[in-house]
Design a protein around this ligand. Structure first.
Ligand SMILES: Nc1ncnc2c1ncn2[C@@H]1O[C@H](COP(=O)(O)OP(=O)(O)O)[C@@H](O)[C@H]1O
Ligand SMILES: [Mg+2]
Length: 248
């Protein structure tokens, strides 16, 4: 596949914080419609990888191309970066805005939509995440699962070509996590490209085309879910999966 057919192309990136070397030569590609699951122990560098892709952290070596364009501060790169949506563990909603305003605000500022268009879009996206009846509420009155669904609707309003999820359900009780996974499944059916960092293996094994196991800042193993969960015999992966299963 040539470079332009990849939405995201990462070539041998390195990232340290002072003396702490966190990403140590990571390369990967994501194409349109592709879903990557990312697993690995706490502290292995998963969030740092996601943050580098989204331009929230700068890398020290290597290259990140978004639709063939280098991530730097040029105006085109800023525009290309708008194609990447990001869903965090802790929702990051604006508490003093209603649910609908959480979506229409960024639409008006970033996409320069009129009030009417932003509201129409906001309402249709809230319907998609099954929260239209909550649009006048404030985030403080919602459950964690509902907050995360609003956060997803807000990301969709930016019309991203790929969404990066960093442990989107780890702050939620299991039954609320399912609500969020149901929405992520809908996005998968729509063909949205996604990178999903999660410890919820049972969920991504039915969804991801490829799973990457990050170990100490490197991709130690990658493959389809069946290979990663049942066949790969990398000892650190085996230890990681065993610990996860013990916690279930
Ligand atoms: N801004 C930062 N400054 C210093 N150290 C950081 C920073 N962000 C992450 N780290 C460190 O980098 C390592 C990897 O962190 P992270 O990418 O958050 O791991 P994961 O998401 O896999 O749990 C950890 O040791 C963490 O403490
Ligand atoms: Mg993390």
């Amino acid at each position: 596949m040539d470079t332009l057919s990849h939405l995201i192309e990462i070539k041998d990136i390195y990232k340290s914080f002072g003396d702490l070397s966190v990403l140590r030569g990571v390369s990967l590609n994501v194409s349109a419609g592709e879903i990557l699951g990312i697993i690995g122990a706490s502290g292995s560098g998963k969030s740092t990888l996601i943050r580098c892709i989204n331009g929230l952290e700068a890398t020290q070596r290597g290259e990140i191309l978004i639709k063939g364009q280098r991530l730097n501060s040029s105006r085109e790169a800023v525009n290309v970066r708008k194609k990447i949506g990001m869903v965090f563990q802790n929702f990051n909603l604006f508490p003093h805005y209603t649910v609908l305003q959480n979506i229409t605000g960024p639409c008006r500022v970033v996409r320069k939509l009129s009030k009417k268009s932003a509201e129409e879009l906001g309402e249709s996206l809230l319907e998609k995440v099954r929260l239209k009846d909550k649009m006048a509420q404030y985030p403080g009155n919602l459950s964690g699962g509902e907050k995360q669904r609003v956060a997803i609707a807000r990301v969709l309003a930016m019309e991203p070509e790929i969404i990066l999820f960093d442990e989107p359900t780890s702050a939620l009780d299991p039954e609320l996590a399912y609500e969020v996974f149901d929405i992520i499944k809908l996005l998968a059916e729509d063909g949205m490209a996604m990178m999903i960092v999660t410890h919820q293996i049972g969920f991504i094994k039915n969804l991801a085309h490829l799973i990457l196991f990050i170990d100490n800042g490197k991709i130690a193993c990658s493959g389809n879910p069946d290979y990663i969960l049942n066949e790969c015999n990398h000892p650190h992966l085996q230890d990681f999966l065993m610990r996860l299963r013990e916690n279930i």
